[in-house]
Design a protein around this ligand. Structure first.
Ligand code: SAM
Length: 305
């Protein structure tokens, strides 16, 4: 079908799991298997790859890029947890939050756990990584995924993030939060055309209800007393779930500000939220995505908006 072919045109992205291997070792392994390594990409066009050619990504050095047809589901590196099959855009949130080893971190809506495993890799399995999800089945899938990825610093809980008490002894020291809540999924290339029904009013009501949930999660995240930064992401292309949620949140939480992200990234949040990132098939060769980083202002800093 048409939709299928749009998804097939996206490069195949693979994140190297640095808990198990290094980018160099993964590249060497693939070269020995007959893949053709072309070095690090320097522009977006370098991501248009054919046959067995591959490159290191230009923005995210732990990401390797292959031709759209490549399938790693049966590959040793995937089965052994050395590589994670993850779209490049979905590697942005953990990369941007960048919690140092030893820090206390929450992944608020975590299953199936690709971003949790990325956080653990950045933390080098050191510190505390609390991961919540409402859906027990998705959480079970996540346990398997984290085991394969060699993640050991996590504590999983089948709990509504909105009921996690920011003042409780267990969570009061949380410094970093990754919030990737349920969204419309309108950025997923294969879903895009199916997701909008003929009923415009119904779609609008669904978006409004998702946006209100997303804002509640965001406001809740900002209540953790030692919080330094929170990354918010969706795989939606709708401003109602992205810039509008951030805008309402900033109005309600004047002690937080947006951090300008990756200056070299080619697609920005809609005006005036250009500190945030957007991603799309045409501008970044990924699924549609949105990322914002909120940071606590220092005590002395004036509130400018
Ligand atoms: N971050 C995940 C990853 O990268 O693999 C994907 C998360 S998915 C977009 C959103 C998740 O939020 C779903 O698994 C859903 O079950 C969960 N969820 C929805 N409402 C929640 C809530 N109130 N508390 C915790 N998790 C929730």
């Amino acid at each position: 079908s048409l939709q299928q072919s749009a998804a097939d045109l996206l490069p195949r992205y693979v994140r190297v799991n640095t808990l198990k291997t290094t980018v160099e070792d993964a590249v060497d392994y693939l070269k020995r298997e007959g893949f053709l390594y072309l070095g690090q990409a320097s522009r977006l066009d370098d991501l248009n790859l054919k046959k067995k050619a591959f490159v290191q990504d230009l923005h995210l050095p732990e990401v390797l890029v292959f031709s759209p047809k490549m399938d790693f589901h049966d590959h040793f590196l995937y089965k052994a947890g050395h590589i994670i099959l993850q779209d490049k855009a979905s590697c942005l949130p953990a990369h941007i939050l960048n919690p140092p080893p030893g820090s206390v971190v929450i992944d608020a809506c975590a299953a199936p756990g690709n971003k949790t495993s990325h956080l653990a890799a950045i933390m080098n399995n050191k510190g505390q990584l609390f991961a919540f999800d409402l859906d027990a089945k998705r959480l079970a899938t996540m346990s398997t995924l984290l085991l394969r990825a060699g993640v050991t610093c996590q504590q999983l809980a089948n709990q509504d993030f909105l009921t996690v008490d920011p003042e409780s002894p267990q969570y009061k020291d949380v410094e970093y939060i990754l919030l990737d809540p349920s969204c419309s999924g309108s950025g997923m290339v294969c879903l895009r055309d199916n997701s909008s029904s003929a009923d415009v009013e119904k779609d609008q009501a669904r978006l409004a209800s998702l946006a209100s949930f997303q804002l509640r999660c965001l406001n809740h995240g900002l209540r953790f007393p030692r919080l330094k930064s929170l990354v918010y992401s969706t795989c939606s292309i709708h401003s109602q779930e992205n810039e509008d949620v951030i805008s309402a949140c900033l109005q309600q939480n004047p002690s937080f500000r947006l951090v300008p992200l990756l200056p070299q990234w080619p697609e920005r949040g809609l005006e005036p939220f250009t500190q945030c990132l957007r991603a799309s098939t045409s501008k970044t060769r990924t699924h549609g995505f949105f990322v914002a980083l909120l940071e606590k202002r220092s005590e002395s800093e004036p509130v400018d908006q």
